[in-house]
Design a protein around this ligand. Structure first.
Ligand SMILES: [Zn+2]
Length: 393
């Protein structure tokens, strides 16, 4: 059994710590989230929604039912018990079907802020959500950008991930200042507790942070990663079925939306490239190393995909301050070979190949790189099989 207690607020200088004591099979631990004290009045201590969603995967992973020693949103308890646990077990056969037991229910709408927010990383998806909601009225207008340390800077957290989080946060803060928006940054030890692959749990980690702020946000936009026609429950990445996740994680106080779900990544890249604000701030890089001259390493798959898309759209020159264009050009043909080799399993590359063909940018050299990519992959697979069966002739 996992037992979760009511959260408590502690002041710590200019910050506040929202801590929740919990135990797993008698072993005690604390889940915490750290906020700026400016948002203290909006933090929820009356309901256990945030810690339930944050620790749900701990129950699914260990097969422990979860008992809540305090109120929880009546809607959330119903949706988790009747839909989400079953869906997550269908999506991941390592998870065990568990039950959530609450000692009381919260039927109240706790929202005071009547506003909206969205997660913001300076990436393509978050810029698309930000600009596609400009001009909305209360309570759908984005007043706040959020930024979390719950796994996207390193699956299992720790000091290395925290340093990357702080570095990326500086860039988000600079953009927000120019855009006249406020940033709510949330540090947490959730990753250290879950010790799970980020992609398997990512939507829930972010939703858990935001459920602490239900008094502020009436609406929250979680940028979609995949278009709606790619909805797929048989995927380890929770983003493939965010339409289900987010509607089921909404409560009496807050609505979650999977934003821009009808757009492909190419549509989004094309859309954001209309806005000069993105030219100096676009940050798509997944490379956590520190030694690059530009904001983006211009070699990792995500950098290459974005830069290639921008080039095909005739917009790459506008992003010369965030990509190293020489490094990109040196790697481009090799990357197009990889796009050809992964078009079946990677939806982004499938769309990108369609654009490459439309613009007539595929040539013989790319098929050479394609063959070399396939050969390397086959060699890797053979080595893996030999390693698994070392004694077989
Ligand atoms: Zn990169």
């Amino acid at each position: 059994m996992i037992i979760i207690e009511k959260p408590e607020l502690q002041k710590d200088g200019k910050e506040v710590l929202l801590s929740t004591r919990f135990q797993v099979e008698g072993e005690h631990n604390i889940l915490w989230y750290r906020f700026s004290s400016k948002f203290e009045d909006y933090l929820v201590t009356e309901s256990l929604d945030a810690s339930l969603v944050g620790l749900l995967f701990l129950g699914l992973k260990t097969g422990n039912d979860i008992k809540l020693n305090g109120p929880v949103s009546a809607r959330l308890l119903y949706t988790i018990n009747h839909y989400l646990i079953k869906a997550l077990c269908l999506a991941n056969n390592e998870f065990k079907e568990i039950k959530i037991i609450a000692d009381s229910l919260n039927h109240e709408d706790m929202n005071l802020g009547s506003t909206a927010g969205t997660g913001f990383s300076c990436g393509v998806d978050s810029f698309a959500t930000y600009f596609s909601h400009s001009g909305e009225h209360s309570p759908f207008d984005i007043k706040y950008l959020t930024f979390f340390n719950v796994g996207s800077h390193g699956d299992f957290g720790g000091e290395k991930a925290r340093k990357v989080y702080q570095k990326r946060l500086r860039s988000v803060n600079t953009f927000a200042e120019k855009a006249g928006k406020k940033v709510i940054s949330i540090d947490s030890n959730l990753s250290e507790i879950l010790k799970l692959n980020f992609q398997k749990t990512n939507t829930y980690r972010s939703a858990s942070c935001i459920l602490n702020l239900q008094k502020l946000f009436k609406n929250y936009y979680y940028a979609s990663s995949f278009p709606l026609d790619q909805f797929n429950l048989n995927s380890v990445d929770t983003s493939y079925y965010d339409l289900l996740n987010l509607s089921m994680l909404s409560t009496e106080s807050i609505n979650f939306f999977s934003s821009d779900i009808y757009w492909t990544r190419i549509d989004k890249t094309s859309f954001i490239s209309q806005f000069p604000e993105t030219y100096d701030f676009l940050d798509v890089c997944t490379n956590l190393r520190d030694e690059f001259n530009s904001k983006n390493c211009s070699t990792c798959d995500k950098c290459m995909r974005t830069a290639l898309t921008l080039e095909l759209l005739g917009k790459l020159h506008l992003y010369k301050n965030v990509f190293d264009l020489d490094i990109y050009q040196n790697n481009k043909n090799r990357y197009i070979g990889k796009v050809l080799g992964t078009k079946k399993e990677n939806i982004f590359n499938k769309d990108l190949l369609r654009l490459l063909l439309k613009k007539r940018k595929i040539s013989l050299i790319h098929y050479g790189y394609y063959s070399s990519y396939k050969y390397k992959k086959l060699k890797k697979r053979i080595r893996k099989v030999i390693k698994k069966n070392p004694n077989k002739d």
